[in-house]
Ligand binder design. Structure first.
Ligand SMILES: Cc1cc2nc3c(=O)[nH]c(=O)nc-3n(C[C@H](O)[C@H](O)[C@H](O)COP(=O)(O)O)c2cc1C
Length: 185
């Protein structure tokens, strides 16, 4: 078995697979508007994610109001690019659908899966996006909840600014075969 050769993986000619390998975080956007059809496709991708016990404990706030995008950018230290994005999605957890006991934090994995689906769908549709961190920072979560009028039961998880890329970069090489372990660590 020789799976240490990354070029073999890159040679796989499959659109979904190539989409995963070529996605990058995009932080610079043109002002080209995004059609409603694409906005809906992004949300559909998010909602198609797997979730523990199929709880789907997520809510999505789609923001395309310039004023609200600017307000969010002002208060969020690592999401300044939101001010120049035509839209953003805030992915949230709905605590009324969280599991209990040992599974009480499983929702974090569920909303992460939904978020990655949105990033990959954006890339597949010719858009660019970046995951910016809200949870678990109390200050970022508080300001986002205030600006978006979130009820107490809704936990803001991340903010994903989305737009047509005005600046792109090559994917970072993350292939580290030394981190792969066969049968035992
Ligand atoms: C949990 C998480 C939090 C992140 N938070 C931020 C953030 O607050 N601001 C930002 O610009 N990028 C953020 N990123 C994007 C990472 O910086 C980016 O994914 C990483 O540098 C790798 O680059 P790539 O996405 O282009 O492969 C975050 C990504 C993840 C998964």
């Amino acid at each position: 078995m020789n799976i240490n050769n990354n070029s073999e993986n890159l040679a796989i000619n499959n659109n979904a697979y190539q989409n995963i390998l070529t996605r990058t975080s995009i932080r610079n956007f043109s002002n080209k508007p995004i059609k409603d059809e694409l906005k809906s496709a992004l949300l559909h991708a998010g909602m198609s994610a797997p979730s523990g016990v199929n709880k789907q404990p997520w809510e999505f706030i789609l923001i395309d109001n310039t004023e609200i995008l600017k307000q969010l950018a002002e208060t969020l230290p690592y999401a300044k690019m939101t001010a120049l994005a035509p839209m953003a999605i805030v992915v949230c957890g709905n605590s009324e659908r969280f599991l209990e006991g040992d599974d009480s934090t499983l929702w974090v994995q569920d909303v992460s899966a939904a978020s990655e689906n949105i990033l990959l769908a954006a890339h597949a549709l010719g858009l660019g996006a970046v995951w910016t961190c809200l949870y678990p920072h109390p200050d970022r979560m508080e300001s986002t909840s205030r600006i978006l009028h979130l009820p107490n039961s809704i936990v803001p998880f991340n903010l994903i600014p989305i737009g047509y890329p005005s600046k792109t970069h090559a994917p970072i090489n993350k292939w580290h075969p030394e981190r792969i372990h066969y049968n035992h660590f």
